[in-house]
Design a protein around this ligand. Structure first.
Ligand code: FES
Ligand code: FES
Length: 161
């Protein structure tokens, strides 16, 4: 089948089978390797993308569901100011990591701060519940989100919070 959708702001068309996973289309057809394959069961978050405005595991999205949708991968998101703010916050908080689930953590941070600019600890933990990261210390993650929230506040309102 032929499927059209918007990928990182561009209209694209792909020929594939209805049940092929979005993660395999992104990596195999478009060479977008930022999102990873791991559990393939929607459990780990390594394959996270933004699908119609929501963070979603690309391993659970079959091709037939993506027709007409809008998808943003970490490659597309890396062109935004929000991406650079998040990376600054991760660096400042020494968010130790191997990088494997980094795209998922970055996209979840952005989605969380889009929902609420000053998230509580509970909201942060819920926002990251779809990412099973083996190497991030929770305290560092909370610190990173608070730093990024302050950076975004300052850009939007001219003050940290
Ligand atoms: S590979 Fe998709 S959630 Fe683990
Ligand atoms: S950064 Fe290593 S698994 Fe998340």
């Amino acid at each position: 089948m032929t499927i059209g959708f918007i990928l990182n702001g561009e209209d694209v068309v792909v020929r594939t089978e209805a049940g092929v996973r979005l993660i395999d289309i992104l990596r195999g057809n478009f060479g977008l390797l930022g999102s990873k394959t791991s559990c393939l069961e929607g459990q780990c978050g390594a394959c996270t993308v933004i699908f119609n405005g929501q963070v979603s595991p690309a391993c659970l999205l079959p091709a037939f569901k993506i027709r007409g949708s809008e998808i943003i991968t970490i490659e597309g998101f890396s062109q935004t100011i929000e991406y650079h703010e998040i990376m600054d916050g991760f660096r400042l908080a020494n968010l130790g990591n191997c990088g494997y689930c980094m795209p998922g953590k970055i996209l979840c941070t952005s989605a969380l701060l889009d929902r609420t600019l000053s998230p509580s600890k509970k909201e942060i933990l819920i926002g990251f519940s779809g990412i099973k990261c083996r190497c991030t210390n929770v305290e560092n993650l909370l610190e990173a989100v608070n730093i990024i929230s302050g950076i975004r506040h300052k850009r939007l309102y001219g003050r940290s919070s």
